[in-house]
Design a protein around this ligand. Structure first.
Ligand code: PLP
Length: 330
């Protein structure tokens, strides 16, 4: 009996970790399992979109239930930092990261950090477009043309960080008034605004819609899954995400949250993304970039102003404006 107790004690002493995850669910699960196996910490994982986790952390602020928020687009992580919903932590791993990932930490007074990057673009179903005689989109302006009527899906920016990156990108590419004019015209060609940023890509893969506005690394995942999906990068230039991670303020398992945070910045942990068929560009300089990942250096990226578009007031204002002026249209 004594022997058993002595054996059980160390595992129990490791305690638990409540992980809120906004990356693809396969990656979330694989990361949770690998961390639990390595440390003996019990991990309970729930996956939700970036905007949804932000809303949940806000609702739970007086009595936090989550410990760490892993993955999802950077803007809502920055908003959480500004709104004092997440905790400062300077990981000893920071030096190993690319500057874009460290900048995310500096911009937030060390309340968040970049874990991966990925570019926004179009996904399309090659067979479906060929059958309908539609030339795949090459530019943002193409999406407004009649062949794409009811043919496009993008996520809802209230729940999806991906969709907010799209709106902030259009504002930075065109200026705000022209961007909202664009979004209103685009609305005619949109058949649905699902909650999750990955839903439009999955709909493309399954032939439910011709085109998605989504992260292009997600399209690679579907293509490798055997679906007739391809991606294109908008000729006018495009925005990108710095997928991020934050410790929730008031976490009951802060020691374990810090342990997960340091672990998630190691090359070994970052490779779990590619193993789970997620092809973002990892933030540790020593993590191999997956061969399948869209090459960020080859993409015409805008100089996305994360500090501005991640502020609480700006993000809230743009999403509310979209809801009022675009989502309300018939
Ligand atoms: N899907 C992919 C491929 C991503 O890289 C990310 C964000 O980091 C998300 C989804 C986030 O999902 P959502 O747009 O639902 O917040």
């Amino acid at each position: 009996m004594l022997g058993l107790g002595a054996l059980a004690a160390p595992a129990a002493a490791q305690g638990s970790l409540n992980l809120y995850c906004s990356a693809q669910v396969e990656w979330c699960q694989a990361a949770a399992n690998a961390f639990a196996k390595e440390t003996g910490i019990r991990v309970s994982m729930s996956q939700k979109g970036s905007g949804e986790v932000l809303a949940q952390i806000r609702a739970e602020a007086q009595n936090p239930r989550g410990d760490i928020w892993y993955g999802g687009t950077g803007d809502p992580h920055l908003q959480a930092a500004e709104d004092n919903l997440t905790a400062e932590y300077r990981s000893p791993m920071l030096d190993q990261l690319y500057d874009w990932a460290q900048k995310q930490a500096r911009d937030s007074q060390y309340r968040t950090v970049g874990i991966y990057a990925g570019a926004l673009g179009f996904g399309f179903n090659t067979e479906l477009l060929a059958r309908r005689n539609i030339t795949p989109p090459a530019c943002w302006r193409d999406l407004l043309t009649p062949p794409f009527r009811n043919e496009i899906q993008m996520a809802n920016p209230q729940s999806s960080g991906t969709a907010y990156v799209m709106i902030a990108t259009m504002v930075q590419v065109m200026g705000e008034e022209a961007a909202f004019d664009y979004l209103k015209q685009l609305h005619r060609n949109i058949n649905a605004y699902p909650r999750s940023g990955t839903a439009p890509v999955k709909a493309v893969a399954r032939g439910e819609t011709g085109v998605s506005i989504s992260f292009v690394h997600d399209v690679v995942t579907e293509r490798l899954g055997g679906f007739p999906a391809q991606f294109a990068l908008p000729c006018e230039g495009t925005g990108y995400e710095i997928g991020s991670m934050s410790i929730i303020r008031g976490s009951r398992n802060e020691r374990n949250a810090r342990r997960f945070y340091d672990w998630a910045l190691t090359p070994a942990a970052q490779q779990i993304g590619a193993e789970a068929k997620s092809f973002q560009t990892p933030s540790n300089r020593s993590t191999p970039v997956p061969a399948e990942a869209p090459q960020m250096s080859q993409i015409r990226l805008i100089d996305y102003d994360f500090a501005k578009y991640g502020t609480s007031a700006e993000r809230r204002r743009l999403i509310e404006r979209w809801d009022r002026e675009v989502n309300s249209l018939p």
